[in-house]
Design a protein around this ligand. Structure first.
Ligand code: HEC
Length: 96
């Protein structure tokens, strides 16, 4: 059962094709987010788990935060696509 799920997930990733192949975790690494952030510890920016706690239950936190990072409003501007930023923020918001 678990193997079948993994195969389905892999097939889904392939079907999505290039450009949307990066997972949130990959974006966090390749776009330099980890230079200023850590999952559990405050560095230059807040720990992802603290951000997740702060935005817990907030509607459209994902879109709001992705826009904030994209536009560089109150956050250092990061050069990444909307899809990449949304994937990254989704990953941040699920950090425990
Ligand atoms: C140059 C350092 C730096 C980089 C690179 C950086 N951040 Fe941040 N980040 C910060 C700082 C400083 C804050 C705290 C200021 C704030 O609240 O926006 C922050 C805050 C945040 C927050 C919380 C914002 C809020 O309103 O509470 C999120 C989510 C976040 N960063 C995600 C990311 C993601 C995703 C990336 C990579 C695409 C990234 N950051 C890259 C420095 C950085």
């Amino acid at each position: 059962m678990k193997a079948a799920l993994l195969i389905l997930a892999a097939a889904g990733a392939l079907a999505a094709g290039p450009g949307y192949a990066q997972s949130g975790a990959e974006v966090l690494k390749t776009k330099g987010c980890m230079n200023c952030h850590d999952a559990a510890t405050k560095k230059v920016g807040p720990a992802y788990k603290d951000v997740a706690a702060k935005y817990k239950g907030k509607k459209d936190a994902e879109g709001e935060l992705a826009a904030k990072i994209k536009e560089g409003k109150g956050h250092p501007k990061v050069d990444a696509s909307d899809a990449e930023l949304k994937a990254a923020v989704r990953q941040v918001l699920t950090t425990k």
